[in-house]
Design a protein around this ligand. Structure first.
Ligand SMILES: NC(=O)c1ccc[n+]([C@@H]2O[C@H](COP(=O)([O-])OP(=O)(O)OC[C@H]3O[C@@H](n4cnc5c(N)ncnc54)[C@H](O)[C@@H]3O)[C@@H](O)[C@H]2O)c1
Length: 252
């Protein structure tokens, strides 16, 4: 059995998930790249392999328990262990309250909040066999620090992640599995660049002067903090949410 650490990242085909996959690979992890975007996921794997790293792609829909369990079962029989899980996958949809259907609410909560429980539940069993592990969840300043109009399910899910990591941290501490969250601010990705569902390029440009550190974040700004939370340097941290926003919420 190989000795490199193994990390599974959800939604690792693009954006923050992709940058996180590349950052873990550079730090000698075997990266299990998962996504519902197969082509993008395979492209992340190719980038890692072209750079001499270890990676493989698995289709994993965080909204579906069978899809999640199937990938973790495969990892269990292939490697028998898992050191880190990054719960990155998420969706943000513009949904004014007056038009918000029950199905839309359920869909966002199912992916953005319940999805992180599904993967964490499956990972905890595998990590307990290691004797330790680390789970990192992507929250958001929307939910962790501020509200976001017309994104009530998203804000509720991202706020819920703060409670999720506290609950998981307590239950998994006896297994030496640490659970923390990162709450990004404005990061330039497909999500934030969507005019339909987020702030779009003009919105980002308009908000950039409000960021004390003077720029919109890039995916690697978040990836490096996730890597830190997975590392030995963070071995005494659990149940915490770190806001990574260039100082934006401190200035508000
Ligand atoms: N970009 C930002 O400014 C920002 C700010 C705060 C929080 N976040 C959070 O960070 C995370 C990554 O954001 P991003 O900006 O890179 O988003 P993105 O839209 O660029 O990428 C999201 C990824 O999640 C995947 N995904 C969506 N539904 C899925 C499902 N059901 N199963 C598996 N994968 C699925 C997508 O295919 C994609 O690969 C998200 O949880 C997001 O809410 C982003």
């Amino acid at each position: 059995m190989s000795e490199e650490k193994i990390v599974l990242i959800t939604g690792a085909g693009i954006g923050i998930g992709e940058a996180t996959a590349l950052a873990f690979a550079k730090n000698n992890y075997r990266v299990v790249v998962t996504d519902i975007l197969e082509e993008a996921g395979q492209s992340t794997v190719s980038k890692i392999q072209d750079d001499g790293g270890l990676a493989e792609f698995h289709y994993l829909d965080v909204g579906n328990t069978e899809s999640v369990n199937a990938v973790f079962d495969e990892l269990e029989s292939k490697y028998g262990r898992l050191e880190s899980l990054v719960n990155n996958a998420g969706v943000a949809h513009r949904q004014p309250l007056a038009e918000l259907s029950d199905d839309q609410w359920d869909n966002t909560i199912n992916i953005d909040l319940k999805g992180m429980m599904r993967t964490s539940r499956a990972a905890a069993g595998l990590m307990s066999k290691n004797g330790s592990g680390s789970i990192i969840c992507l929250s958001s300043i929307a939910g962790a620090d501020v509200g976001w109009a017309e994104h009530v399910p998203y804000t509720a899910a991202k706020g819920g992640i703060i409670g999720l990591v506290k609950g998981l941290a307590m239950e998994l501490a006896p297994l030496a599995v640490r659970v923390n969250a990162v709450a990004p601010g404005l990061i330039r990705t497909a999500q934030s660049m969507s005019v339909e569902h987020s702030v779009g390029p003009e919105g980002l440009a308009a908000m950039e002067p409000s960021v004390p550190l003077g720029r919109i974040g890039v995916p690697d700004d978040i990836a490096q903090v996730i890597l830190f939370l997975a590392s030995e340097q963070a071995s005494y941290m659990t149940g915490q949410t770190l806001t990574v926003d260039g100082g934006l919420t401190v200035a508000l």
